[in-house]
Design a protein around this ligand. Structure first.
Ligand code: FAD
Ligand code: SF4
Length: 507
């Protein structure tokens, strides 16, 4: 029975479940660059280039391994423009007896796939994506009957299940979590090694030219493209991270520096999400570094928690919460996204720095995403769906299964606490403590009122005051509300007026 095996742009892995049992000289692998996927949001130019180039390299890898690959380029004149259209063309040409595909990472694509069997009148074998450590069933079992879906408990289960950093039933080092040691600011370090970058080869240069031609007005810059686009180069990024950055990963994890966009972060999310690296193998490499004495426990535990904890948990939440999760809007926020999220042009140095780095690299690290762009949108009352679309567009690692719960749940608290226990809202004081952005800003992080007062300060108190009815029962905010209540009425009034003036001018 001949099979047509569809491989999507984030399934670039020879062990992908759709290839299990494939017969190389009989079945055909179909890969296609389609406009429907490239344009359903206006992705960063570097994101499109990364995905297309990695796909083309993967198609070559499969061909070398003996597979027959049918590949449609975005600029092929017969390109039908969608997965369904490309499948139809391939079915008409090849007359396969079944379609095989690994489940996608997005509700939108899944709904489309469910129609294929009827539309094409052939069986569709949709297989689980077993690159993830927790299946949908595992997450359902874990979450069943729980009052609160706290990530930390999910993470401990994942440690037990994988055996990572475990000594029998006990966590290595005597604690599950070493985060207390990972909340330090950082100092500029001229001697920090440089993260690897890769010169575009002929395939990538071709893709870059096509992206520039077909998507000239999309967000972001293409120049300086240096992503790994092959499995071998992604492996080089992993090795460089373990040797040069993992040892200090923990201590600088929450820090932000003006002239150092990457610090000791791994820059691995692009490759893990696209299938060029295996999540468990990445964690095992980090674990080995700990056991060999090459990295301390707080760094290695913190790193592994991000992957088998947060990453797996976010995916579980995405599918568990359902397709309506995208519409959650607990605070009923409706303000449009300010224009500076696209241009980077604002006097607020923290925002301008992070957004300009995003324009250049299609990357920002976690604390920048959470405590700068996310925090500002939350405090200013931006429509969470607009915030979600922005994040999905601008980061090269953004796929809905991971981006949406991070934005709607963790960053915007738009799900009212389904995922997190309190909103990640912070004033200029936090940003000043964790970064060196404020030193060169036209605003003063210590001032709350006046033309040069840091906007985050009044916005923070205004956020708490205007959402009091919704947040009053949140015990983790009790101290903040107690501080607000201790302020005299005049101060409260001045802060709210300062915030409302700022918001009135926000475009
Ligand atoms: P490191 O700091 O080196 O962390 C190591 C790895 O841990 C990452 O590569 C990633 O695989 C994983 N990880 C860390 N934190 C998370 C998390 N919260 N959720 C899932 N995985 C995590 N991550 C994405 O992969 N795609 C997104 O679209 C995305 N959108 C985000 C939006 C917001 C508002 C926030 C707050 C976070 C988002 N994240 C997203 C999570 C995190 O910011 C990125 O995974 C991380 O910045 C990627 O850079 P890195 O590889 O250098 O990570
Ligand atoms: Fe950002 Fe305020 Fe600091 Fe300026 S002073 S960088 S606006 S936190």
């Amino acid at each position: 029975m001949t099979k047509l095996i569809l491989i999507l742009g984030d399934q670039l892995c020879p062990q992908i479940s759709s290839l299990n049992g494939a017969i190389k000289n009989r079945d055909t692998v179909l890969m296609c660059e389609v406009m429907a996927e490239a344009t359903y949001v206006g992705h960063h130019k570097k994101k499109i280039a990364f995905v297309f180039s990695a796909m083309r390299h993967f198609a070559e890898e499969l061909r070398k391994a003996g597979y027959t690959v049918r590949y449609t380029r975005i600029d092929d004149e017969n390109n039908a423009g969608s997965f369904t259209g490309e499948l139809k063309r391939a079915i008409d040409d090849l007359k396969p007896q079944s379609i095989c595909v690994t489940e996608p990472g997005e509700w939108r694509v899944l709904e489309g796939m469910k129609l294929w069997s009827e539309a094409f009148a052939i069986p569709v074998d949709m297989r689980p994506d077993d690159r993830f450590l927790a299946s949908h069933e595992d997450f359902k079992t874990w979450s069943a009957g729980r009052k609160s879906l706290t990530m930390e408990f999910f993470y401990r289960d994942m440690r037990r299940r994988t055996g990572l950093l475990m000594q029998g039933e006990e966590p290595v080092g005597g604690r599950w979590n070493f985060d207390e040691e990972n909340r330090n600011p950082a100092k500029p370090d001229l001697f920090r090694p440089r993260h690897p970058r890769f010169s575009p080869d002929e395939i990538t240069r071709d893709v870059l030219a096509i992206v520039e031609r077909l998507f000239p007005d999309n967000f972001g810059k293409l120049d300086g493209f240096g992503f790994a686009v092959t499995r071998a180069d992604a492996q080089n990024v992993l090795e460089s991270f373990i040797a040069d950055f993992l040892p200090a990963f923990g201590e600088t994890q929450d820090a932000m520096l003006q002239d150092d966009p990457f610090l000791n972060h791994s820059l691995l999310s692009f490759y893990i999400n696209a299938g060029l690296l295996d999540a468990l193998a990445v964690c095992r490499a980090a674990e080995r570094a700990y056991f060999d004495g090459r990295a301390p426990i707080n760094a290695v535990e913190g790193f592994i928690r991000q992957i088998i904890g947060w990453r797996e948990y976010m995916r579980g939440i995405y599918w568990h919460a359902g397709p309506d999760y995208v519409d959650r809007n607990f605070f009923e926020n409706a303000r449009p996204l300010p224009w500076f999220y696209w241009s980077g042009k604002t006097d607020m140095n923290c925002l301008s720095t992070v957004i300009n780095e995003t324009i250049q690299h299609a990357y920002a690290h976690h604390i920048q995403r959470l405590m700068i762009t996310g925090n500002f949108a939350l405090l200013a009352g931006i429509d969470p769906k607009a915030v979600h679309i922005w994040y999905l567009e601008v980061y090269a690692d953004a796929y809905e299964w991971v981006e949406l719960p991070n934005v709607v749940g963790m960053s915007q608290f738009a799900d009212g606490g389904f995922l997190g226990t309190k909103p990640y809202a912070a004033s200029g004081n936090y940003i000043n403590r964790m970064s060196d952005y404020c030193g060169t800003c036209r605003f003063d992080p210590k001032k709350r009122i006046g033309d040069d007062a840091c906007p985050f300060n009044a916005l923070y108190w205004d956020f708490l005051a205007r959402n009091r009815a919704k947040l009053r029962s949140n015990r983790r905010l009790a101290q903040a509300y107690a501080t607000w209540d201790r302020m005299d009425e005049g101060t409260q009034h001045d802060l709210r007026r300062q915030a409302s003036r700022f918001l009135a001018e926000l475009k």
